[in-house]
Design a protein. Sequence first.
Length: 220
Amino acid sequence: MEHVRRTSLISQVTDQLRTEIREGRWAVGTRIPTEPELTELTGVGRNTVREAVQALVHAGVLERRQGSGTFVIATSEVGGALSKYFADAHERDVLELRQALDTTAAILAAQRRDDADIEVMNRLLDERAQAWDDDNPRAIEADVELHRAIVVASHNAVYLQFYDSLLPAIEAGIRQRTSKTGESYDAEHRALVDAIIAGDSERAAKATNCFFNELLRDFE
């Protein structure tokens, strides 16, 4: 990021923060730098940084979490609006939408994944399994990141932006189900990733549908 040199400092800093998010340097679900760090990065005062961050909070792009910091929850104002809508949606409705989205993403990922995608998916799969074995809260984060990595591997930017708007609702649903059942679904996730890596789009779609059908049985 470059030091701001002109007037309308709040607007300029807001645009810089938005660019960091839109271009993926601050991914959805990650914590952005602290106010002192942003002050150093932009070369403006702390009050200006605070106002710029607050502007993106109001837009639904960022979310302040007491005691944890400020996190990216969407890549655009449109995504932020969708995120707020999905936050109030019924869990079954979100799962049914995810089934359609994740199945298509798995098919595309099996066709388009590259070596970098495979490396990321394998890493997240292992992190997820280890965190679940250790009863580490990181397990849910790794779960969300793994599903997002599959969408990334579809190499469809529009698809990814829409999916990112769902992430807060996805994470909330996973936390709720985990608190009830404690089920890790490790085998199902491994079957899905294996199919994508193998380039078998039919098997990837089947693995995704089987997983979501199992989750949706709770609502029958």
